[in-house]
Design a protein around this ligand. Structure first.
Ligand SMILES: *[C@@H]1O[C@H](CO)[C@@H](O)[C@H](O)[C@H]1NC(C)=O
Ligand SMILES: *[C@@H]1O[C@H](CO)[C@@H](O)[C@H](O)[C@H]1NC(C)=O
Ligand SMILES: *[C@@H]1O[C@H](CO)[C@@H](O)[C@H](O)[C@H]1NC(C)=O
Length: 400
């Protein structure tokens, strides 16, 4: 049980700008988002979320093929939707037929043979701690801040026979240790208003902005080793009542400094955002950019008047490109990343409200590659601090 004040409950209590101000004050003064608690299970914060909400814990990392030494990115997600509408079996959204209610363990890999395997469980087989990440789905799938294990599998026949699973066929299992070295707290981050009921539609918290994973992954008959220095890992969580639109994410932990030629172990990039609608007023596309450069955090927060973030996302025939420029009083960052579409998956989520998969083209990759230019402001303009080459980054873009 948590004894902390509960901002989402306050947020859901009504509408209006005054309430927004109050809520921000509450969030800041309660220190809610700076506590460990936020990494736990958030739906029980408010009855509305239990019947109209999702909550998930996402992990992605890079592993080394035992066969040929090549690097391959993987993702693992523990997800739950509308737990209060539970029935004895998972309730599938079926393209808007039902409000969904299930726990979902989903995992896969990007690449030329990208695949995402969805395994559904009834809510009765889901449990999670409210104060820290500790989530269990079924008997054999578990995640907390230091340990993750589980497996997903689906046959080709079952994938074809069950379109309601919106899943690829395949097999993946994982047994991993995690050590979180850098965190990022986006505050109310990528949140968006929902009608007059909820001001915020989507919350975000990045406990494992840079996470060192170790262990083993089995993927479609191949063994992969996960090595802490080469895992370039990431872990975050989202919860809310609807998925932001557009949806933008860009992150990488495989970073090489052009200044030193070294691969940096205490640096990390993470950008996330969408189009928050506050009390019915869309704010336009807003993004948070966080960049740790050897331990120093450079942060560009759209909700502070002193920071500006300009994203330009382009979808071409063959790739998706993220061009983001952000600056504040002290520094400026220029990001130029891209990833080939043929290594991506299109992530699908059923809306808690109506079971519809609204994002039809939510491009998602583990192969974002590009540059980060960092500048410091001087009296006379901008001084280049460093340029970094980023690779094997997680990234996402979708709009409907
Ligand atoms: C889902 O429903 C929409 C609208 O009701 C329809 O246009 C679409 O074809 C359906 N998709 C599938 C896969 O059934
Ligand atoms: C995660 O779970 C393992 C196994 O139960 C336990 O040994 C470890 O202490 C847990 N880690 C945290 C951070 O609670
Ligand atoms: C961004 O600014 C808002 C409003 O000042 C604050 O609540 C939030 O925590 C900030 N986020 C970060 C990452 O600093």
């Amino acid at each position: 049980m948590t004894s902390k004040p509960s901002p989402p409950a306050a947020v859901l209590a009504g509408g209006g700008i005054a309430l927004l101000a109050l809520t921000l004050g509450l969030i800041q003064s309660s220190g809610f988002f700076s506590t460990e608690g936020v990494t736990g299970y958030r739906l029980p914060d408010h009855p509305v979320l239990m019947k109209n909400g999702y909550d998930w814990w996402w992990h992605n990392l890079v592993a080394v093929s035992r066969k040929d030494g090549s690097l391959r990115p993987f993702f693992i997600e523990y997800y739950v939707v509308n737990p209060k509408l539970a029935q004895s079996e998972p309730v599938f959204g079926k393209n808007g037929t039902n409000k969904p209610s299930y726990a979902l363990l989903t995992a896969g890999s990007w690449g030329k043979d990208a695949c995402k395997i969805n395994n559904f469980y009834p809510i009765s087989q889901f449990s999670a701690d409210r104060n820290r990440m500790e989530v269990k789905i079924g008997d054999d799938n578990f995640a907390n801040d230091t340990i993750l294990y589980g497996a997903v599998s689906l046959s080709q026949e079952a994938a074809v026979a069950h379109p309601e699973y919106f899943s690829d066929a395949g097999f993946m299992s994982w047994s991993l240790h995690a050590e979180k070295v850098l965190s990022f707290n986006p505050g109310y981050g990528v949140s968006k208003g929902l009608r007059n009921l909820a001001l915020f539609q989507m919350f975000w918290h990045v406990k494992g902005m840079r996470t060192r994973y170790s262990g083993t992954i089995m993927y479609n008959g191949e063994v992969f080793d996960v090595l802490p220095d080469k895992s370039y890992g990431y872990q975050d969580k989202n919860w809310g009542t609807e998925y932001t639109n557009p949806w933008i994410w860009l992150s990488t932990n495989k970073l090489v400094s052009r200044k030193t030629g070294e691969e940096l172990q205490h640096s990390s990039l993470d950008c996330g955002g969408g189009n928050p609608v506050v009390a019915g007023i869309p704010l336009g596309v807003k993004l948070l950019v966080a960049f740790y450069y050897e331990g120093t955090l450079y942060e560009y927060n759209f909700s502070k008047l002193s920071a500006f973030v300009f994203p330009t996302i382009t979808v071409t025939e063959t790739e998706v490109k993220w061009h983001i420029v952000a600056y504040n009083f002290h520094s400026k960052i220029v990001l130029d990343f891209s990833a080939p579409k043929d290594t991506m998956i299109k992530i699908r989520y059923e809306s808690p409200a109506d079971g519809l998969i609204k994002h039809k083209n939510l491009w998602n990759t583990g192969y974002a590659k590009g540059t980060i230019e960092l500048y410091k402001r001087t009296l006379f303009g901008w001084d280049a601090v460093d340029t970094l080459d980023g690779d094997m980054g997680g990234a996402e873009y979708g709009e409907y």
